[in-house]
Each structure stands twice: as structure tokens, then as C-alpha cells.
Write a protein that binds this ligand. Structure first.
Ligand SMILES: [Zn+2]
Length: 270
């Protein structure tokens, strides 16, 4: 049985991590300069409105992973995402590395981040993208979440096996091949090149074409501070337009993909 509904050959999610300056905590080992933090601020201030306009133009509903602290700092920006009908999901409170937290600390951060999002949008998140430790999936499951989206061990969604049993927690796997930070993140001292939008466009299209052949799944993992630059967003819009031209590619939210997969993924196939 196909993972996707009748008439859908390939499913795609445009997901955006609205990290702002917290992004640079991860990339620079916790010590971003004012200049690096300013790269982050570009996300909610400039990149985000441009992305929301592009999504509206193309009639696409997307998912935004937002740290609780960013929702508190930019409530209007985060409300503008929810008001446009997009999903808002959990991305930690302070972009924590859950592998460095105890089980109880993870539970506390999960609750704190969720409360911060709900205070701004009126709705608790149902999915999470967290830097995971060994026990994080079980803790996210225990807290009643529908899905996680961070792992890179598969191409299509799967059920987490928890305590030896296929659970109701769905993973929507990611890849650096459909990510923008691997291509567009740059600062002084980072030993990696900036890629041109043309090179990245070719990579995204190759990935999509192959997933389309295989009736697969494309989880784009993007950052408003990177993909929100005008030249890069124009490239993403070309990719989206190409994908939509097939007529049987569904762009939807992570939540809706996970809902569908919870219905159709077999319990014993995990
Ligand atoms: Zn992030």
C-alpha cells in the first residue's frame, strides 16, 4: 500500500527552522559574535516575510519549527506564521542539545518550549525537531507528541520502536541533501564554502526527481536567515514550481504527513 493518498505520487514538506541567533550557538560552539547574531536576526526580520509571501503565491502550507525563546522575542513574527495557516512546531526552548540533558531536564524543556509557543499562537505544538539524545524519542513519545523530524536514517516516515514495540510516534526523516545550512551557512572561520543557488538547485532537483520515481518523500529543512535571501528564495521557488508542475506532488505540513502515516504505517513494519 502506498504511503500517500490516491493521486499523490510524492509528498513534500517545506520546513523552516526559525532559529534566529540561536542557530549560531550550534555552528560556532556557543560563542557567536554580534555579527553572527545579526545574521540570525535577519531570519525573523527579513527572510520570514519574504518566505510567507512566496508560500502564499504558491498556495503551499508549510511547517515552522520555532524555539520557545524566539516565540517570546518575536511574537508578532511567529503569530504572522500561524495567521497564514502554517503549522508551528517545537524546536526546544533555547535550541538545547537534548543529548546533554537529563531525562527530567528534557521533560522540562519540552514543556517550557511548548508553553511559550502556545502563549503566542494559542495552540500547543504536535511535532518536534530536537537535537536528540538516546532517550529523547521515548520522552517525546511519553509527552504525547505525534511526530519528530530530525533523524537521517531513512527516506520515508517510520514509527519509533519504544520499549521493543512500534509506537505511535512517527519520525519524518531529514537529509543534508535537502537542507540549506549545509550549503548556505557561512561565517568567518568556518572552513566550508558558500554554494551558489544554481548548484543547490541542481542538488534539490536531483533528489526530488529520484524521490518522485520511488514514490518517496522530500523533507526540506530550511532556515529563514539563509534561504530568505532574495536570490536563494527565487531558486527555491523555481524548484517548487517545477515540482508542482508534475500535478501529483503534494506539498503539505509535517503534521498532516505524520497524521497520514500514523493511519497507514503498519505496526509490524517498523
Ligand atoms: Zn535549529
Amino acid at each position: 500500500m502506498s504511503l500517500w493518498a490516491e493521486g499523490v505520487r510524492c509528498c513534500a514538506v517545506l520546513s523552516f527552522d526559525l532559529d534566529a541567533d540561536l542557530f549560531w550557538k550550534v555552528w560556532l560552539n556557543g560563542k557567536p559574535s554580534l555579527l553572527d547574531r545579526s545574521q540570525g536576526e535577519y531570519g525573523p526580520r527579513v527572510g520570514l516575510p519574504r518566505i510567507l509571501a512566496m508560500l502564499a503565491r504558491n498556495d503551499i502550507e508549510a511547517t515552522f519549527f520555532v524555539p520557545g525563546r524566539i516565540a517570546e522575542r518575536y511574537p508578532d513574527a511567529v503569530r504572522s506564521i500561524a495567521d497564514a495557516g502554517h503549522e508551528i512546531a517545537h524546536h526546544g526552548y533555547d535550541h538545547e542539545d537534548f543529548s546533554k540533558l537529563s531525562a527530567n531536564e528534557q521533560r522540562e524543556v519540552l514543556a517550557r518550549g511548548s508553553q511559550a509557543l502556545e502563549a503566542v499562537t494559542g495552540r500547543a505544538p504536535r511535532g518536534a525537531r530536537l537535537i536528540p539524545g538516546e532517550d529523547t524519542a521515548a520522552i517525546v513519545h511519553e509527552a504525547g507528541y505525534l511526530y519528530s523530524s530530525i533523524m537521517m536514517d531513512a527516506e520515508t516516515p517510520y514509527r519509533y520502536v519504544i520499549d521493543g514495540k512500534a509506537s505511535d510516534l512517527i519520525e519524518l526523516p531529514t537529509t543534508f541533501a535537502l537542507n540549506d545550512s549545509s550549503c548556505f551557512a557561512y561565517s568567518f572561520g568556518l572552513a566550508k564554502p558558500l554554494l551558489t543557488p544554481g548548484i543547490v538547485e541542481a542538488m534539490y532537483l536531483e533528489e526530488f526527481e529520484a524521490e518522485y520515481e520511488e514514490r518517496g518523500f522530500c523533507m526540506f529543512m530550511l532556515h529563514p536567515q539563509l534561504i530568505g535571501r532574495p536570490g536563494r528564495l527565487r531558486m527555491l521557488e523555481r524548484v517548487v514550481t517545477h515540482m508542482k508542475s508534475y500535478g501529483d506532488v503534494l506539498f503539505t505540513t509535517a503534521e498532516k504527513v505524520a497524521e497520514r502515516c500514523r493511519q497507514v504505517l503498519p505496526r509490524d513494519g517498523a
